[in-house]
Design a binder for this molecule. Structure first.
Ligand code: C5P
Length: 226
């Protein structure tokens, strides 16, 4: 076993609004492990492609963009959220929007774009451990992970959570519109040929509908520390 593959990984996959981001960050902090927000990578590529004026259905151009976009995570000094720096520009605010989510989902269905991001994701596996948040962490990127969780929640609850999150950040959204966008994105993510959204066979399924953050965090932590 190489040094990297002996580093423990906890994968947390699931659809948007299932609580992955919040839960992954809390669990990583409690374990003192690194955190990979893989969705931010797809959002960053979608964003960079948009900034470059590329046609998001142009596989060749978007793949080149995925291969050359520089993406960096910078921990906030004030304990706030991690900043995402794309080609030297702090794009954290732009990346949060549902428009960025839809662009990410569109380019994420391209196998060559996914391939371009593999090495970057594997590089996050460093001691003492890694919490990897995404759609295909347990199935494709870290199939050998010792710990795997798949979070779900009803579509209505997921839309409500995203609505609250975006409103708190001052974005103008409607609940109905958001629910439709989320459902469209999830159905595209689940039906794509490459790395579709689905639980790994050995993942623990956790339905977070109506459950508070602390309870979900405790349940996920119990997978690592029974
Ligand atoms: O998790 P987040 O909402 O930031 O992800 C944005 C989009 O990126 C998803 O809808 C999905 O299409 C794509 N994605 C992916 N594989 C991952 C993470 C995200 O295809 N591991």
């Amino acid at each position: 076993m190489s040094q990297a593959t002996s580093v423990p990984v906890l994968t947390i996959d699931g659809p948007s609004g299932s609580g992955k981001g919040t839960i992954s960050a809390a669990v990583a902090a409690q374990l003192g492990w690194h955190l990979l927000d893989s969705g931010a990578l797809y959002r960053a590529v979608g964003y960079a492609a948009g900034m470059a004026g590329l046609d998001l259905s142009d596989v060749e151009a978007v793949t080149r963009c995925a291969q050359t976009t520089r993406i960096r995570f910078r921990a906030a000094t004030d304990g706030g959220e991690t900043r995402v720096i794309v080609n030297g520009h702090d794009a954290t605010d732009e990346l949060r929007t549902e428009t960025a989510g839809a662009a990410a989902s569109a380019i994420a269905s391209m196998p060559s774009v996914r391939e371009a991001l593999v090495a970057l994701q594997l590089g996050f596996r460093k001691g003492p451990g890694l919490v990897a948040d995404g759609r295909d962490m347990g199935t494709v990127i870290f199939p050998d992970a010792a710990f795997k969780v798949f979070l779900t929640a009803s579509a209505a609850e997921r839309a409500k959570r995203r609505y609250k999150q975006l409103k708190e950040k001052g974005l103008s959204v409607t609940l109905g519109g958001l629910q439709r966008e989320i459902e469209a994105r999830d159905s595209r993510d689940a039906s794509r040929v490459v790395a579709p959204l689905r639980p790994a066979e050995d993942a623990l399924l956790v339905d977070t509908t109506g459950i508070g953050i602390d309870e979900v965090v405790a349940k996920v932590l119990s997978v690592v520390r029974p």
